[in-house]
Write a protein that binds this ligand. Structure first.
Ligand SMILES: [Zn+2]
Length: 119
């Protein structure tokens, strides 16, 4: 699938690991503000095909996850996960032909009590 930010500077090509079955929202302090639904893709299945130099990296907390967004229009495209660094979460709303409301009820991940923070 092809995905792009709002201004079109950044374009990605991605193959989803498990279609939209992995679609999740997260209620951690960052994701709840961001408000996006993410689906899973393996690292090797995502390529930034345009505008890699227009992506900005945001990290916080343990600085393990890498959140990428377009520096022009601010749209979050994808992030490398903290719970599984071999995976990206991809913003479903940037994907061509995908309407987030068609996904219906999307399960929430308990990001406040993140698995990586449990002992
Ligand atoms: Zn953009």
């Amino acid at each position: 699938m092809i995905g792009s930010c709002h201004c079109g500077a950044v374009e990605i090509e991605v193959s989803l690991k498990d279609g939209f079955a992995t679609a999740r929202r997260c209620d951690c302090s960052f994701c709840s503000r961001r408000g996006a639904i993410a689906v899973s893709a393996r690292l090797e299945d995502l390529r930034v095909i345009r505008g890699a130099d227009n992506l900005t990296l945001y990290q916080w907390g343990t600085r393990t996850a890498k959140h990428w967004f377009c520096r022009t229009c601010g749209i979050y495209t994808h992030h490398q996960r903290r719970s599984n660094p071999n995976e990206y979460g991809v913003n479903v709303a940037i994907l061509e032909g995908v309407t987030p409301r068609d996904l219906g009820e999307v399960p929430w991940v308990d990001g406040v009590n993140h698995p990586s923070d449990r002992r």
